[in-house]
Design a protein around this ligand. Sequence first.
Ligand code: MN
Length: 531
Amino acid sequence: MAEKATSKNKTPTAPKALFDILEKMELKVQSDKDFVTRAYELARKAHRGQKRYSGEPYLNHVVCTALYLAKIGMGPTIVSAGLLHDTLEDSDITHEQIAQATSEEVANLVEGVTKLGHVRYHGMQRHTESLRKLFAATSQDVRVMLIKLADRLHNAHTLEFVPREDKRSRIAHETLEIYAPIADRLGMGVMKREIEDAVFPFAYPEEYKRTKQIFKEMGGEELKRLEHIHNNLRKKLGEYGVKKFRTMSRIKGLYSLYRKLERKNWDSAQINDIWALRIIVPTVSDCYTVLGIVHSEWRPLYGRLKDYIAAPKPNGYRSIHTTVHTGENDNIEIQIRTEEMHKEAQWGVASHFTYKEATTRGNHSRGGAMSWIRQFIPARIWMESQGHTENGENTYSNAETPEWLKNIGDPKLSSNSDPKAFLQDIKSDFFNFRVFVFTPRGDVIDLPINASPIDFAYAIHSEIGNHMSGAKVNGKLASLDTPLKNGDVVEITTSPKSHPTQKWLSLAKTSLAKRHIKAYLTPQGSHQTDS
Ligand code: MN
């Protein structure tokens, strides 16, 4: 993730591309450099004479894929698999040749990526099937998906060269409907945004133009205002004695802005978060201190405070979000998080595979492999797995808790267990806590095991939950206590007259649904808006 330039040790004979990869990886050990070099040479041999639609040598594509993996901190195995990811599919190179030049692990990763290559987006009816396949493959080894996403990102960036409009459009939709949600599920915020914005113009050309125009109109003024608030914020933090912090602004991705505009009927006045300010501080308690300062300086907007530190998103995302009133008609969203949360929010699951951490993992200086995965599991799931329950209700029975999760936190087990076996468990069980269900439109909703249609309805929108009258699962009427299974397509019917009842509380599994039901059942219940 660090991008330090080290121009020493330049190998004059090595081609520039290989040099760039090695430089970005900051490899210290010669055998690691040799390993990646052998992967590069094999890829060069495999793709000799092949060209991309752009007319560039095919090798450029696999080099860009590998460079991205290097940029996000991946080590020799993943980067090498990135270099070789198209060899099984597009050349005579065999599994054995890859294993011989690099390792069996690299060959297996390339094989995994090759299998994913056959998943295609064929319109809505076959969409869920593709997604299910992808999730199944990902659950075997998350690293395969990291490589596939890096591959897809470069294809997205070079989509303009693909001949035929219909093909460009299909690839763009496939990227938005299948790959972006997976990047999101893996917590890779930066990846999700990059691939979405790269294909947005090809998937929805008209909407893209309209969104860009709105962005431009809102952009100029916003930027000036932002600068002003940014300076003010830094000054205030200083006045309150907060010394260690850094701030930055973040711009909403165009595709994400488009989705929000659609939800708000294209009323740009309702969009508060084109720009947001981020404050990054050393510890969790600093986050709350800063939140206090922000709220004492600027009036927070009702219902807009979201504490994803206390209650992380299902993909592990942690941060505090609040929207504050900064004068006249101006509101701004402020996001507060620690460095570690920031890293995870950008790179998600990849932030736990970083090469530099892997090399220090052996000495258990930070609790070893156990601690990083422990951090990645949302706190709520973690507590439930340990027998702690929220409001006395248990969502997961102990029988459903995977072995590896039960053992986390046991110091004897975590220092003695074989990290390799552990990683294997993680890779296969990672997705077993959650079920992925689909809206009739094919959007993925990620819920805890045994979630009910009530949880599904509230996960879509609080108003849908509050007016739910019935549910169909896979086209058939289903009772509200039906446990949802992976791959179910769920349709919610609503009626203005339907409202939550006390019984719903016992059927709901997610704290989100429970919170909304309780708020509804309480006479002076708060009616917060979701965004
Ligand atoms: Mn490729």
